[in-house]
Design a protein around this ligand. Structure first.
Ligand SMILES: [Fe+2]
Length: 312
């Protein structure tokens, strides 16, 4: 696999222009120096705390559907996540690239555990769920590296966003099923980055995490799509803490979806959709057993106490 080591520093003049043109040309761009070290520290402190324990009985903790990764709602981590993902400069770059107004579609924390298996293919988003004009870019993904990331990094098939969509290829999701797969795989590049790097990519291009790897990875993933192709609806209902929304500009409020609808429900979102999960079934039984035991023990102690109180 090739390595992609280039980045654009937000300290440079004209960086927004350069970022937009790299996004157009390569389909992917890495933006550095936009986030302060202290904000990253605050976010990572929260993330570490979330990843300590699973969310059980309503405690703050990660969600986990399978043995490979832990997940959590992006905006519930820290208010700084809103500032970063709704940064007006980032919004401007994406809107300049897509040439129209955008709306967030989802946001989540993903901690791949480094289980040395291939569980997520290199894929692209076909936009099958959107109203769209064929071959026009319709959305951009955005990722935030929470630590320096090399092995297991986000990978992108450079220029694959330019691959023409035809009647035959329109709905192909996996890179391995595409008629041009050999060439597309050859162009797959590992996007090496530093803590705090922001990756923007055209979601029409093939991408995914490098697998298999034994190296764990923590990343926050999100995306934005053209309002006109989504009917101004986010992919899912996105949870936020209301007080974290204070101080947002009208543009930010619009992009975060305050004036939008949603195509999917809160409970059907992939983080939460754990129907028939055997681990949940197992722990549900254990929890009820434990609470029954606590209930019986408390009743027993109270009965003894009452008896003694009556004697003395
Ligand atoms: Fe994806």
């Amino acid at each position: 696999m090739k390595n992609f080591d280039s980045h654009i520093s937000s300290k440079n003049q004209d960086w927004e222009k350069v970022a937009k043109s790299q996004l157009s040309e390569q389909g992917v761009v890495v933006i550095r120096d936009l986030i302060s070290f202290s904000d990253l520290e605050k976010i990572n402190e929260k993330v570490d705390n979330i990843l300590k324990q699973p969310s059980l009985l309503g405690n703050i903790g990660y969600y986990q559907k399978d043995p490979y990764k832990k997940l959590y709602d992006g905006f519930l981590i820290h208010e700084k996540i809103i500032d970063i993902f709704l940064n007006e400069k980032i919004i401007r770059i994406i809107e300049n690239y897509l040439k129209d107004e955008i709306l967030i579609n989802e946001i989540f924390l993903k901690n791949d555990l480094g289980s040395n298996t291939k569980y997520f293919p290199y894929h692209r988003h076909t936009g099958a769920d959107l109203i769209k004009i064929p071959n026009h870019p319709f959305g951009c993904g955005m990722a935030l590296y929470l630590h320096d990331t090399e092995s297991g990094a986000f990978c992108y098939s450079i220029e694959s966003h330019k691959t023409k969509s035809t009647e035959e290829t329109r709905e192909i999701f996996s890179i391995y099923e595409h008629p041009e797969s050999k060439n597309l795989i050859k162009k797959l590049s590992r996007i090496n980055g530093k803590q705090g790097d922001i990756i923007l990519f055209d979601e029409k291009g093939f991408h995914g995490p490098e697998q298999p790897t034994k190296t764990p990875r923590k990343i926050i993933l999100s995306g934005f799509q053209l309002k006109k192709y989504t009917n101004n609806k986010t992919r899912t209902e996105i949870p936020v803490l209301i007080s974290n929304l204070s101080g947002l500009s009208d543009k930010q409020k619009d992009v975060i979806g305050i004036n939008s609808g949603s195509r999917g429900t809160f409970e059907s979102y992939h983080l939460r959709n754990l129907n028939n999960n055997l681990v949940i079934d197992h722990f549900s039984k254990l929890i009820s057993k434990k609470y029954n035991y606590i209930d019986k023990k408390t009743n027993f102690i109270n009965r003894i106490k009452n008896k003694f109180e009556n004697i003395f």
